[in-house]
Design a protein around this ligand. Structure first.
Ligand code: ZN
Length: 131
């Protein structure tokens, strides 16, 4: 992808690219919020169900049952990232390569083994939560 020079941060026009520039922002902050077990993106159940996870399209959350299996309602804290590649917090949380959006600080559950296999098949590195 082409990167324009002199990026002073902020106000960058979105190029007309197929790539998604940022994840959906949760439409509500109630108990229907879920976090992706692989990348920790936070959205509502319905958003995952309709559009899947922007970082993990291979988990196919728009298909039956993948949302409950690949996301959790059991997480603490939310951080919103606007420029993950320049954020120390994103590096610390190891989400610097993900697209801008809302993320949780930690999930306590592991992605089910079946889906870890899907990650491997897609050459995606999955980091299980520390215990
Ligand atoms: Zn994800």
């Amino acid at each position: 992808m082409r990167r324009g020079g002199g990026g002073g941060g902020g106000g960058r026009m979105m190029d007309e690219d197929d790539r998604v520039e940022h994840a959906e922002i949760p439409t509500s902050f109630g108990h229907e919020l879920r976090a992706c077990l692989r990348c920790r993106l936070v959205k509502t159940f319905d958003q995952f169900r309709e559009n899947g996870c922007e970082n993990c399209p291979f988990l196919e959350m728009d298909k039956e049952d993948n949302v409950p299996n690949c996301t959790t309602a059991n997480f603490t804290g939310i951080i919103s990232l606007m420029d993950p590649s320049r954020s120390w917090a994103a590096r610390w949380l190891r989400i610097a390569k993900f697209i801008p959006g809302c993320y949780t600080l930690a999930v306590s559950e592991e992605l089910p083994e079946e889906y870890q296999g899907i990650c491997q098949d897609n050459n995606v590195h999955y980091v299980p939560p520390k215990r």
